[in-house]
Ligand binder design. Structure first.
Ligand code: ISJ
Ligand code: GLN
Length: 759
């Protein structure tokens, strides 16, 4: 049967998991998604309702008692006595029960990302438990809620209980029908990857819908519309577009390009790329692995910008993108500075576009469209854009308002690179225009043979002595206030998990070359996604952005048809007595399980927004790093080829990384920026801005491969290494403790900060 579903989203991070579950029931099911505030009031939505067979009201942050601010027009909608089948989930369920006379109260023991056994009430009787037809007496499902429908109310005659769970709160209502209506709902999350029988719930509801519409006078499904109903069809089309899902660029048929690759056998030495970089006199960017792990860190990429390299820089606060050539002598610092801040002035060699960050994505899409090729290769990168995207390039952040104008994104087009395949022991020289510098090839050949001339790695894991470091850490008082605010929001139901982060500033008494600091860092904290980016892209001028990263976390990797994300959530410090076995025990407790599951479900959501097929390939494995053990899940997206989207769309739509925000993303990012982290970093000039930290670093190759890691366990500088900033944090959940989080933040901070200690 063709069913036309209206899905009302309350800005949750699990919406598209539900939408995909609904779509999966039937090929003919059409789901139209609107937000709960797409319309200023229910009246404006009402005329469209005849287009739909049923309504699904999704989960979300907030409390129905807060009215339009939290739930948009939903209270009004349920008060309007709709004659249409409704399925309310979590927040949707709470709004529905409230309209039927129930009251919504805070749980004593809040449940975020926890699996509970749900007991189904009695067998079918009359219109009774249709929603749970063909269910076993009990099943497991995931709960994400701070609020619930109070027990005193569900014994009222309007609310017919359909299932319960029992926990420290007593008996908690998990599902109900509103008497004399075809409104149903569940408090738990059927769409979570750790919930059972979610598909059966949806298919039962769709059957209820079908029967309702068959028996009644409603025959409005769009698929049954006649040609003269084109107006209605158009209306649905308009509603379908209420949420912007445009792609970064329009995919086209690609042609192969001759790419010049020369291979050289080399040792399988994780430090080879560092040894090569040590010998380079011209600028380079490095994406390297100092540890090789399954499916990570097999390749190190040395990208060599040259005078043909186009440099894209975006300034979120100014709404400006600048485009110029790498170290173009005709672009002076003075011209550059005045061009980006004074609107519309034209300088030779420099293009300044007034655009916001969403247009920035389109600008790089337009640029790359002309460079993409159909080549396939074993190499991850053949040339293309490399660089850094800061946290504020992602969705839902608001513009900063600071004195310091710093770049939020920097991407450089690379035509020459050296790729070290650490597994196969091969070095490749790759050139798009056959202009790979000869002297460099010869130099690398010498190094691969082990003939270095006094340029080897510094033998100590220490920075040069006699330099003092002024370290400004966040205060415990400020952290405590931010932590407590986070707990308040979690209890109120405004968020399920909040990644609370801090920033530390380090000022050396003397400048140390970033490359020197990086070498020390990667020896102290080897990681699969280490990167070195010194953007000295203005001729004879110091770098205005520098990033040294030892990230353990892949954010997103893609090729033409599939993608992979590896969210890390759950951290245990490695100290003398900690073993893998013990860490595994700690990481498999409800606190860490919930923390990881929430982000895992969020990431599935981010992919389902654009893709149909998403799988969880690893559920919470424990991985060992130099200073910590981490809980890692692996999520894959498939069949990108069948959609209008490419990897860059997935990147754009899923930034900032969920593991750095918490869930639901929109509200949590907003709370972090405007309330929680606002006063936490008073020692920084641009507070309220995370900058590079929490963003991503990586590449977009011309053969449409990409790989981006999360900017954590890193340091970055906006003043040419005169001072460094280090971000660190962790997810705060209802099961966190202040001391535990404070310690975890320090553990992560120390993984990079240690290079400035015991020098
Ligand atoms: C916030 C950081 O790390 C993030 C938070 C983690 C956690 O809460 O367990 C783990 C890895 C990262 O996604 C950090 O390193 O600063
Ligand atoms: N997942 C949800 O929809 C949560 C609903 C509500 N904000 C609560 O915390 O209870």
């Amino acid at each position: 049967m063709a069913v036309n579903v209206l899905f009302i989203d309350s800005y949750d991070s699990f919406t598209y998991n539900l939408v995909s579950l609904i779509r999966a029931q039937n090929d003919d099911t059409h789901v139209t998604i609107v937000h709960n505030d797409t319309f200023p009031s229910f009246n404006e939505l009402k005329p469209f309702l005849t287009c739909f067979d049923c309504i699904v009201v999704g989960p979300g942050p907030g409390n129905p008692d807060n009215g339009y601010r939290d739930v948009g027009f939903l209270n009004e909608m349920f008060e309007a006595q709709l004659e249409v089948p409704v399925l309310g989930i979590c927040l949707g369920f709470q709004v529905m029960c409230r309209a039927a006379g129930g009251s919504v109260k805070q749980l004593t023991e809040i449940k975020h990302g926890q699996v509970y056994e749900v007991e189904v009430c009695g067998a079918n009787e009359g219109t009774g438990n249709r929603l749970f037809a063909n269910y076993p007496p009990t099943f497991n499902s995931v709960r994400y809620h701070s609020l619930h429908v109070a027990e005193t109310d569900f014994h009222c005659e309007n609310i017919i209980p359909l299932c319960y769970t029992n926990d420290e709160n007593g008996q908690v209502l998990m599902g109900a029908q509103i008497a004399n209506t075809s409104w149903y709902g569940v408090q738990y999350h059927p769409e979570s990857c750790c919930s059972e029988l979610g598909d059966r719930l949806i298919s039962n509801f769709l059957e209820i819908t079908e029967e309702f519409n068959r028996g009644g006078t409603r025959h409005h499904s769009i698929y049954k519309l006649q040609d003269d109903d084109s107006e209605l069809r158009r209306t649905i089309g308009l509603l379908d577009k209420a949420i912007d899902k445009s792609s970064v660029y329009e995919k086209a048929v690609l042609k192969p390009k001759k790419i010049h690759i020369e291979e050289l056998p080399a040792a399988t030495d994780a430090k080879l790329s560092i040894r090569i970089c040590n010998a380079l006199s011209d600028p380079f960017f490095l994406m390297s692995s100092s540890t090789i792990q399954e499916n990570r860190g097999e390749f190190s990429i040395i990208a060599l910008p040259n005078e043909n390299s186009t440099v894209f820089t975006h300034y979120d606060q100014l709404h400006v993108t600048s485009i110029h050539r790498w170290r173009d002598p005709i672009v002076s610092r003075q011209a550059y500075t005045s061009a980006i801040s004074a609107n519309g002035k034209v300088y030779p060699g420099l293009k300044v576009i007034k655009e916001d960050k969403s247009e920035f994505w389109k600008s790089i899409g337009d640029f790359m469209k002309n460079h993409l090729t159909s080549n396939t290769s074993k190499l991850p990168f053949l040339g293309g854009l490399v660089g850094v995207l800061g946290y504020e390039m992602g969705q839902f952040t608001v513009n900063g308002n600071s004195r310091d104008i710093v770049p939020d994104a920097k991407l450089v087009f690379i035509e020459n690179c050296i790729i070290v395949d650490l597994r196969r022991g091969v070095v490749s020289f790759v050139s798009l225009n056959d202009n790979f510098p000869h002297h460099l090839k010869n130099l690398v050949k010498e190094i691969a043979r082990g003939n270095e001339h006094g340029t080897s790695m510094p033998s100590t894991e220490r920075l040069p002595p006699n330099i003092k470091f002024d370290i400004e850490l966040p205060t415990k008082e400020a952290y405590t206030r931010a932590y407590q605010k986070s707990q308040t929001y979690l209890r109120q139901g405004d968020s399920y998990e909040i990644c609370l982060t801090t920033q530390t500033k380090v000022t050396p008494s003397d400048r140390i070359e970033p490359w020197r600091v990086f070498q020390t860092l990667i020896q102290r904290n080897p990681a699969p996604f280490s990167s070195f980016f010194e953007f000295s892209d203005l001729h004879a001028e110091p770098a205005d952005l520098c990033l040294l990263s030892t990230s353990p976390e892949r954010f997103l990797k893609w090729d033409c048809d599939s993608c992979e994300l590896r969210p890390i959530k759950g951290t245990v410090r490695k100290d003398g007595s900690m073993t893998l076995e013990l860490a595994t025990k700690i990481l498999k407790t409800p606190k860490e399980f919930g923390e990881n599951l929430m982000i895992l479900d969020l990431i599935r959501n981010d992919l389902y927004e654009l893709l149909e097929k998403v799988t969880v390939d690893e559920l919470m494995s424990v991985e060992e790093y130099k200073t910590v053990y981490q809980l890692v899940s692996v999520v894959k997206g498939h069949e990108l080829n069948r959609t209008a989207y490419s990897g860059i769309d997935l990147l754009r739509h899923s930034l900032p990384p969920g593991s750095m925000t918490g869930a639901p993303k929109k509200n949590t990012v907003h709370l972090l920026q405007t309330e929680i982290e606002k006063d936490l970093n008073s020692h920084l000039s641009n507070q309220g801005i995370r900058g590079v930290y929490s963003g991503v670093t990586g590449y977009w190759s011309i053969h449409d491969h990409g790989d981006w890691s999360v900017n954590i366990r890193c340091m970055y500088s906006y003043d040419n290494a005169r001072s460094w900033r280090l971000g660190a944090g962790g997810a705060v959940t209802i099961l966190s403790t202040l001391e535990g989080e404070w310690e975890e933040m320090h553990t992560k901070l120390e993984s990079a900060l240690q290079v400035f200690r015991d020098v």
